[in-house]
Design a protein around this ligand. Sequence first.
Ligand SMILES: [Zn+2]
Length: 245
Amino acid sequence: MSMTLHIFNSFTCNARWPSAWKTGEVSLLVETSDGLVLVDTGLGLDDYARPTWFTQFFRVITEMPFDPDEAAINRVKGLGFRPEDVRHIVLTHMHFDHCGGLADFPQARVHVHRREYQAYRQGWRTPLGAAYVPRHTAHKPDFVLYEATGEKWFDFDAIRLPFDPEMWLIPLPGHTPGMCGVAVKTDTGWRLHCGDAAGDFRKDLPGWAIRLMLGPHEPRLRAFGQAHPEVALTASHMFLDYFEN
Ligand SMILES: [Zn+2]
């Protein structure tokens, strides 16, 4: 069946230095045979209404418009859909800026790698654990947890998601223990969304910083993208010009 993939910016967060680093956050909205599948949510309405201390901290060290129009629920409405039509949410990882909007879609099943869910539950006891916000799952969503199955997508270890068109979780641990990319088969070819395992591939960001902040996978992902021009690659925090067309 013919499927449409929508891409929108669910969270703008600009570095104070270097000031040229103005980034959004890629969310995907995939029309599937089982309703809408949202990949990553940005912040949720509750984050805008009652910011956590961690979000407040980020508002000091970065420059955020902090505009609830960017919340996935408002973006989904802006695309002409009803929030309740989002049947599933796939998370690249569970940091505050990727799953803050879960409660805005209380009916959605939440698909995530088991290691990531465990790290989220262990919270501050893990590296970068302060970025896991317990409140984001206080509504007790219905989680579907995934582990390696020995399957491959191209030459990546991969886990098939139960959707049509084909979608895959691609484990890329490093930034977080259960960080995953998400591959989606679209009408025009494959898209591999790399989450926070890579930075904006269009930019020449310093390799040491990428490795430190995003883990070891970026060189392989970049080489894969060059070898497979038929696969469109995105990272979570694309620079704002990516979202302008
Ligand atoms: Zn992120």
